[in-house]
Design a protein around this ligand. Structure first.
Ligand code: EPZ
Length: 429
């Protein structure tokens, strides 16, 4: 079965932005995309109803929901942020539509289908072109659990007679591998330990979702996750956590436009490393129970950043911070330690007048007085969002092409920016 064509992804639309305004006001954060994609994949692991609330209405989520329908599940959209899924009749184990290969998270169906049906054939994942993005650690985990798992002709293929708990050490901290192995292990026999596991809030959220279905997972959010296999999972009702990267993006927006923005519906703990950096560069940051206010300063101070796995400074915030530091009053250094090709936006922001040199995995940024509006292109999701921030701060008019990248991960992006006073409009491709 083919995906419904309405989710087909074309890079055709653009934003027109007139920058230079201080953005002021309040913005409500949506559900976390990177938690929701894992939760949706996990929802097919039970025959009972699963009700999921606070999912962001973005392209990646809609593709995941179409894929779940292709597998034979019943998907009922209660509203744009709430969905009910019943997979009683979902007996297919193959996902081959080429549009699924345009995003990363469809690979979570491998672990979920392997756990439920002991087999899967899923098109190799795509996703933002920010590095090689291998899946060797995913395969290592599946093999350790007793499955046969391999790549062939652009597919990830797995099959198993039984899945038996195992001790799995991840050589590199990997969000995707941690989640996929957790999915594959929850219905296995025995106990699985994932060592050197990723600790991101979305990993914890997916583990909490699985436990709400009757799984037995302990230690999510630490270096070691212990999964005790259970016989079956039952239905559940669950609400996705807020998106800490969307929140961080609006916090940086207050900085780069020297504005004053209150970001609502967040978990302050999840954005501690971002808040700390914003204070380092001169912002006033006021934390409330479920909100944070960022008051930008007239002078942005230079700083040094090294991206690290959670709770370190997130790689998904590197482009947004770099664009802000192009306007700092001095030299900053940004080291990208997670992905090997996450600087493609640098050439675009240099067209706007930024002074940046690339030294292997490090950027040297010498702040300039102002950026000039230009015609530029979004190279991927977070870089695209970062370039929108740069255009909102720049003098004059900008045009950003291929903004479908950005709308994959930011719900109602244009409307939320307009509500903060931005002069932005979308030209549909
Ligand atoms: C997830 O990607 C996120 N995507 C990414 O967010 C995020 O940047 C990344 O985690 C890091 O936080 C989703 O959750 C859908 P990884 P993922 O596996 O799982 C290496 C966004 O903007 N690695 O944690 O693909 C890999 O090459 C996106 O929302 C292996 O070597 O990232 C990288 O260097 C962009 N072998 C490092 O681990 C493997 O088998 C971290 O990658 C897997 C990964």
């Amino acid at each position: 079965m083919k995906l419904y064509r309405f989710v087909i992804f074309e890079y055709m639309s653009k934003y027109i932005i007139n920058g230079g305004k201080k953005l002021v006001g309040e913005v409500k954060i949506s559900g976390a995309k990177n938690a929701a994609v894992g939760i949706l994949a996990a929802s097919i692991m039970t025959d009972e109803d699963v009700l999921i609330e606070n999912i962001p209405d973005v392209w990646d989520i809609n593709v995941m929901l179409e894929a779940i329908k292709v597998l034979g599940a019943e998907v009922t959209r209660i509203d744009r942020n709430t969905v009910k899924i019943n997979s009683k009749n979902a007996n297919l184990t193959e996902l081959s539509d080429k549009d699924l290969g345009k995003m990363r998270a469809t690979y979570y169906f491998v672990g979920a289908l392997l756990a439920r049906h002991h087999k899967s054939k899923v098109i190799f994942p795509g996703g933002c072109n920010i590095g090689l993005r291998p899946i060797n650690l995913h395969l290592k985990g599946f093999l350790a659990l007793g499955a046969n798992a391999y790549e062939e002709d652009g597919y990830i293929i797995t099959e198993a007679n039984n899945l038996i708990g195992a001790n799995i050490y991840l050589d590199t901290v990997s969000v995707g591998a941690t989640v996929n192995i957790m999915l594959a292990a929850v219905l296995s026999q025995g106990v699985t330990f994932i060592e050197n596991a990723a600790k991101e809030p979305h990993v914890v959220d997916i583990a909490n979702f699985l436990n709400s279905m009757g799984a037995n997972i302990k230690g999510a959010g630490t270096d070691t996750i212990r999964i005790k296999g259970v016989k079956k999972l039952h239905g559940t009702k669950y609400s996705v956590i807020p998106d800490q990267i969307e929140a961080g993006t609006y916090m940086v927006l207050a900085t780069i436009t020297k504005g004053d923005i209150t970001i609502k519906n967040i978990i302050p703990k999840h954005i501690e490393s971002i808040s700390a950096k914003l204070i380092d560069v001169g912002n006033q940051v006021i934390a409330y129970d479920e909100a944070i206010r960022v008051i930008g300063s007239e002078i942005i101070l230079p700083t040094s950043i090294k991206t690290m796995p959670y709770p370190g400074f997130p790689t998904d915030m590197q482009p947004q911070f770099t664009c802000t530091l192009t306007l700092a009053n001095g030299r900053s250094k940004i080291e990208e330690s997670i992905f090997e090709n996450r600087f493609k936006y640098v050439e675009e922001v240099k067209k706007m007048g930024a002074t940046i040199t690339i030294d292997n995995t490090t950027l040297i940024v010498d702040g300039v007085k102002e950026l000039e509006g230009r015609k530029i292109v979004a190279p991927d999701l977070r870089a695209g969002a970062a370039l929108v921030l740069a255009c909102l701060a720049a003098k004059g008019q900008s045009e950003i092409d291929k903004i479908e990248y950005v709308e994959r991960g930011y719900e109602d992006f244009v409307n939320k920016l307009i509500d903060l006073g931005a002069d932005i409009k979308k030209i549909e491709g």
